[in-house]
Every structure is written in structure tokens, then in C-alpha cells.
Design a protein around this ligand. Structure first.
Ligand code: GP9
Ligand code: MN
Length: 696
């Protein structure tokens, strides 16, 4: 104890002594005087990046954020440290070069943000060719006063350098060892700031950096310089992945499709040929919502009604990976599975896809997608083009106000309302169309409860007292829980779906249209929340005791199986027809394209999923982690254990066969995307058509 006290006192004394030395010898002043160019470089670069953030992202969180300033500071100091390796007279060129470079990053992002409400990516350099066409418009509408502020940084540097030169500032000689020492000391300061910054990061921050899809969030947390460096890495990674293994991939691909059984026509073949399509991408809509009511009110009355009147696939899974929403779109449209690393939407948007919009486009459909969020979220701006959509309507095309915003952006009601007006115009100009409407309001964290309207998720009971009078008793139940808030949010989103259907009908847009609805993935809420839902004890307002005979634990298998999402195909006149029923065979999002293809008369010969009416009860849902599900078994490949869902005996052989199939499917899907294997096929096909046209 005494020792600790002594060392502590010694440390304090030494700090005091050093501070006194700094004060007496005017060391700070001296340091500033000797490092004017370096300090100007650091300060102007950090001011530029901070200015960019403040101009672009208007949130209190951003205004108060210290973390991105630390990150910018660390990067700029570390880059600046290497300038000390040069002789004093040569340093200015180094700092000016980097100052221009950093300023360019801020300027480009500032202009890009004004135009696209998102930050720029080097992977979009290939789109630079289009700038020529819109150049004048960019200058008139996009470059604004604030953009002229960034170049002030390098200009200040030039002016200061000019003055210093006049005063013979660069005459002093620095030995090599002194220069090295300065570099190391400055690097140490940069590294220390970097460490402080790293301590502020949460696991979510790190995972978002890796995924690089929510660019605004990354800039807000890491600053623009880290964002841009990370963007370069994320853009190069897919190129590196595709450098090795092409031959093997091609071989696997050929082998796989050689063994795929040919599709057989069935009673659903071509039943919807020529009809218009509206696809509703239901953000975080889980199937179990449809089974729940609170105080006699269903959570999703509109979805339930559509399911009752249409074709309802009640065992439908969306095996998304880190790409969540975008993985759901990928599987839905291309019948492929998520990639093993990165996401198809962000890392492989330049690949060839045999996607539904493209295939229907070839059949004369006008295809479009609509989403109220930034077009660059999940890189949709590029990827929707690769999927073959003729037009992508994004935030830029909607009237988004503070009043109509919920969560990530425009609320589903306003989004659908404005979308219907656009669809009306589209339908006037095109006789066949296919449109995807991507919802947004029901997005995690489901926190804006006051905006969702009144939907109590408590238990209200009327109790008769001893004297014969009655009393209303309320038990909080799911009120105030994350899952409860999710129910409120989903109820709100479901209301928007109901209104959309009414609006479309009013405009006569349902008369020759098939509506397809899917939940993109589950709510991603912890299992403990479901335990409360199924084991609520009114008396104690908490979980039932585990020993209670009524306690039924929501185990990890139930949780996994409970993550299924709704899939509904509906037309306004389907009710009561033979199509109108519940379809219970297990089905995956990657089975949608072949299933719809069979009904609408198009086909992707490299689909990895199946027409559910062809494969029927033999289907296997494959998850990105190698788990799989059939009508009879859910298999957990990590734990190498399974849950039997029926009385049928499970054989080792079946487990082995299905596990091999799952792993093959994930490999082939990944290889198709990474090595762009459909491109070659497309090129060959085009060649055949050209030759046929030439009469060869
Ligand atoms: C973003 C929205 C949400 O525009 O589609 O994506 P998610 O976080 O669900 O993947
Ligand atoms: Mn989503």
C-alpha cells in the first residue's frame, strides 16, 4: 500500500514538474512555432471533415459526436507524422498534397450528398461516364455555397507557407535522427488518439463498418476519412475473392446443373400469364404476428385477411445473412442464396443476375421498384439496375417531410399513397408492369411508439367483485417490452398495407393485378422476449416460474422455427376459388422466383430454388450457416443435432444427404455470384440469338 502511495506521489510530482517545464520554457508556444505547417494541415483537415458531417447529417447525436473527430484527428496526425521524415524545406509539398487529397474527399462527398443524400463510393467510379450527361445540372443544382468552404484549407496552407518562406523559416537544418524522432513522437500521439477512439466503439459499430451499407452511420461514427478508406477496401475485396478458383467454380457449377431435374408443368403453370404484379416487401414482418391478438384485436388484421382470401404459404422462410433486407431481395428475385462474405448487393452489384424483373422485362413488362429511403442504402441504386428494374424510385422521388417520417424515413402510409399515384401513371403508359414496393416503417428498433397509434398490448379483464359490481383490471403484459413495441409497429405497418390495397382498388389498379407479399426477415429480437409472451404471469407481472406446470420454454429450436415470415399471393377475385388456401410445405425465399416463374410463364434456368408446386413436400430450406429444414426435420449443422418435426423415423443417411446438398447449394450460389458465372452463359446465349438472326 505504502509502495503504491509512493509511486503515485512520484508520478504526480513528475507530471507537475513537466507541466511547470512546459509553462516556464514556453514549450507549447515553441512547438507551435516550429510546427506551423503540420498543425495547419491537421486543423484544416479535421475542420473540413467535421464541417462535412455537420452540413450533411442534421441530428443532435451528430452535432455532439466526439468519436468521429477523434478518428479524423488520428488519421490526419498519422498521415502528417510521415511528413517529418522529409527535410523541412520539402515538407510543404507533402502536406499540401495530402491537404488537397483530403479536401477532395470532403468536397466530392459534399456534392454527392447534396445530389444523392448519401456518401460516395469508389465502386461507383464506373458511373462517372454519366456525369458528362448531367454535368450542367450538377453545377447549377448541386454545387452550393458550402462547397466553396472546403478548399479554404489548402489555400490557408499556401498562404502560410508563402509568409514563412519570406521569413526564411525553412533555413533551419534538422538532422536525420531528429526527423526520425519527431516522426515517432507524432505517430505515438496519433496512435494514442486512435486507441481512445477504438474504446468508444460497440460491436454494432464494428459490424456496420464491416458491412459498409449504412454509410451515413459509418460517417457519423468514424468520420469521412475512415469511411472512405474502408470503402476502398470493401470495393477491392470482391475483386480479390474472384481472382482464384474460377476453374473449380465453373466445374462445380456445370456439374450441379447437369444433375438438376427438369421442371414439370403443373396445374399452376401460366395461370397468371400477362397479369400485372405488385410485390410488397414487408419490412421485418414475421409470420407469428398473424397468429396474435391483444384484447380481441388482431396484430395484423389486413395481412390475415389477405392470407384468408389468397394463397397463403404458412411455412415460408427467408434465410438471410448479414445482408438482411438486401439478401431477402436477392433471394426473392434471383433464386440465389446470400454470399459467404460481404453481401451481393454491396460487393457484387456488377454481376449478371437472371432476376425476375429482367426476365419479365424480356416478356414486355415495364419493371420498377419503389423505396422511401436513400437509394444508396444496400447499394440499391446500382443493384436494382443489375436486377433489371427499368426504374428505381427512391427518397429523391418522394415528398418526405418531418411530419411524415417514422424511423428510417417516410412512413409506409405516405410512401404507399405517393407510390399509388406513380403506379397510376405507369399503368396508363404500359399495358404490363411489375413493381416492387419496399416498406420501411416497421424497422428495428420499433421505438417510436407514440407514432404508431393506439394499440395496447396489455391484458384487460373485467372482474366481478364480491358485491356483484364489475371492475376493469389491466395487466401490463407486453407493454413497455421490445417485443410489445414490435407488435405496435407491425400493427401500424399492417394498417398501411390495408390502405394500400384500398387505394389500389379505388384507382382500378387491382383489376388485372397479382399482389405478392413477403416478410423480408424476422424482427431480430432476443428469445427472452418470446419467453415472456408465452409465459406471462398476471399475478406477479413477470415470467411464470420454471417449475410451473403451465411454463413452456421457448427453446432455441422454437425460436429458429418461429423466425418464419409470411408469403402471400393474392388477387381481388381469388377468394373461394381453388387457389384460395393455405400451403404448408416448407418453402424458402429462393423458391419464389421459380414458383412465380411457373405461374407467370418465365424461367431462370439457373435457379437454385424450386417451383413449390413441382417439388411439393420434398423441399429443403437451406440457411446460410448450413442449417436446413424439411417438412420433417430441422437440422442444426453447428451443433450437429436435429429436431424431428413429425413421427417419421430420421435416418443418418438422410441427414448426411441433406447436409451435403445444403453445403453444395451454398457453394454453387456463392460461386455464381463471386465468379459471375451467369455472365458467360448470357454472352453465349446472345451469340446464339445473333447467329439465329443472321440466319447462320
Ligand atoms: C433500408 C431498409 C432496411 O433501406 O431496407 O434494411 P435492413 O436493415 O432491414 O436490412
Ligand atoms: Mn429488412
Amino acid at each position: 500500500m505504502k509502495n503504491i502511495k509512493n509511486s503515485w506521489n512520484k508520478l504526480l510530482q513528475s507530471v507537475k514538474k513537466n507541466l511547470k517545464k512546459i509553462k516556464d520554457e514556453h514549450l507549447i508556444k515553441q512547438y507551435m512555432k516550429n510546427n506551423i505547417i503540420f498543425l495547419t494541415f491537421v486543423i484544416t483537415c479535421v475542420i473540413n471533415s467535421t464541417m462535412l458531417r455537420l452540413f450533411c447529417i442534421n441530428s443532435t447525436e451528430n452535432y455532439l459526436a466526439v468519436a468521429p473527430i477523434l478518428a479524423d484527428l488520428a488519421i490526419v496526425i498519422i498521415v502528417g507524422a510521415f511528413g517529418y521524415l522529409l527535410k523541412p524545406k520539402n515538407r510543404f509539398a507533402y502536406y499540401l498534397g495530402f491537404s488537397i487529397f483530403f479536401t477532395a474527399i470532403c468536397l466530392i462527398n459534399s456534392i454527392y450528398y447534396t445530389y444523392y443524400t448519401s456518401f460516395a463510393s469508389v465502386s461507383m467510379l464506373s458511373l462517372a461516364q454519366y456525369v458528362g450527361d448531367v454535368g450542367d445540372a450538377v453545377i447549377e443544382q448541386v454545387i452550393s455555397f458550402k462547397d466553396f468552404l472546403y478548399p479554404i484549407g489548402p489555400i490557408i496552407l499556401i498562404v502560410i507557407n508563402y509568409r514563412l518562406k519570406k521569413k526564411n523559416y525553412y533555413k533551419r537544418v534538422e538532422m536525420k535522427s531528429e526527423r526520425k524522432k519527431k516522426t515517432i513522437k507524432t505517430l505515438a500521439v496519433g496512435a494514442a488518439i486512435a486507441v481512445i477512439f477504438l474504446l468508444t466503439l460497440t460491436p454494432t459499430d464494428i459490424s456496420r463498418l464491416v458491412k459498409q451499407w449504412n454509410r451515413e452511420y459509418i460517417v457519423m461514427k468514424y468520420g469521412i476519412y475512415v469511411y472512405q478508406a474502408n470503402d476502398v477496401v470493401a470495393s477491392i475485396q470482391p475483386k480479390i475473392n474472384s481472382l482464384f478458383g474460377y476453374d473449380q467454380a465453373k466445374k462445380d457449377f456445370k456439374e450441379y446443373f447437369k444433375n438438376v431435374e427438369e421442371h414439370q408443368d403443373n396445374e399452376y403453370t401460366n395461370i397468371f400469364e400477362g397479369k400485372n404484379v405488385i410485390v410488397i416487401h414487408g419490412e421485418s414482418l414475421q409470420e407469428n404476428l398473424m397468429t396474435l391478438s391483444f384484447n380481441g384485436q388482431e396484430v395484423t388484421p389486413n395481412l390475415n385477411k389477405l392470407a384468408e382470401e389468397g394463397m397463403f404459404f404458412s411455412n415460408f422462410y427467408s434465410p438471410v445473412s448479414v445482408g438482411t433486407s438486401s439478401d431477402a431481395e436477392l433471394m426473392f428475385n434471383t433464386s440465389l442464396l446470400p454470399t459467404k462474405s460481404g453481401t451481393a448487393f454491396v460487393s457484387y452489384s456488377d454481376r449478371t443476375y437472371n432476376a425476375t424483373p429482367k426476365l419479365l422485362g424480356e416478356k414486355g413488362y415495364y419493371t420498377f421498384s419503389m423505396h422511401g429511403n436513400n437509394a444508396d442504402f444496400w447499394n440499391r441504386r446500382n443493384m436494382h439496375n443489375s436486377l433489371g428494374y427499368d426504374r428505381f424510385y427512391s427518397k429523391e422521388d418522394y415528398n418526405v417531410t418531418k411530419e411524415n417520417t417514422v424511423g428510417l424515413g417516410i412512413n409506409d402510409y405516405a410512401f404507399f399513397d405517393q407510390s399509388v399515384q406513380k403506379i397510376k401513371k405507369i399503368s396508363e403508359k404500359n399495358d404490363k408492369w411489375y413493381g416492387t414496393l419496399i416498406m420501411l416503417s416497421n424497422h428495428t428498433p420499433f421505438a417510436e411508439v407514440d407514432k404508431y397509434g393506439d394499440f395496447p398490448v396489455d391484458i384487460k379483464e373485467t372482474v366481478t367483485k364480491e358485491d356483484g359490481t364489475t371492475e376493469e383490471v389491466t395487466y401490463p403484459y407486453m407493454e413497455g417490452t421490445k417485443l410489445g413495441n414490435y407488435f405496435k409497429s407491425a400493427h401500424y405497418a399492417d394498417g398501411a398495407i390495408g390502405e394500400l390495397i384500398n387505394r389500389l382498388d379505388e384507382e382500378g389498379l387491382l383489376d388485372n393485378t397479382v399482389v405478392v407479399i413477403y416478410g423480408d426477415h424476422d424482427a431480430k429480437l432476443p428469445r427472452s422476449e418470446y419467453n415472456l409472451l408465452y409465459n406471462y404471469d398476471k399475478e406477479t407481472d413477470s415470467l411464470l416460474d420454471k417449475d410451473d406446470p403451465n411454463y413452456k420454454e421457448y427453446d432455441s429450436y422454437q425460436y429458429e422455427l418461429g423466425r418464419k415470415v409470411p408469403f402471400i399471393i393474392w388477387t381481388k377475385d381469388m377468394k373461394g376459388t381453388k387457389l384460395n388456401k393455405e400451403y404448408t410445405n416448407v418453402m424458402s425465399m429462393s423458391d419464389v422466383e421459380p414458383t412465380l416463374g411457373n405461374m407467370f410463364g418465365y424461367s431462370n434456368k439457373y435457379a437454385l430454388g424450386h417451383d413449390i408446386f413441382d417439388i411439393k413436400d420434398k423441399n429443403i430450406v437451406v440457411f446460410p450457416n448450413g442449417n436446413w429444414l424439411t417438412n420433417d426435420i430441422y437440422y442444426n449443422s453447428q451443433k450437429e443435432e436435429y429436431l424431428s418435426l413429425t413421427d417419421k423415423a430420421v435416418s443418418e443417411e438422410e441427414i448426411k444427404k441433406n447436409s451435403e446438398y445444403a453445403s453444395k447449394l451454398l457453394d454453387v450460389s456463392n460461386e455464381i455470384i463471386v465468379f459471375d458465372l451467369l455472365k458467360e452463359d448470357q454472352t453465349n446465349e446472345n451469340r446464339v440469338i445473333e447467329n439465329q438472326e443472321k440466319g447462320n
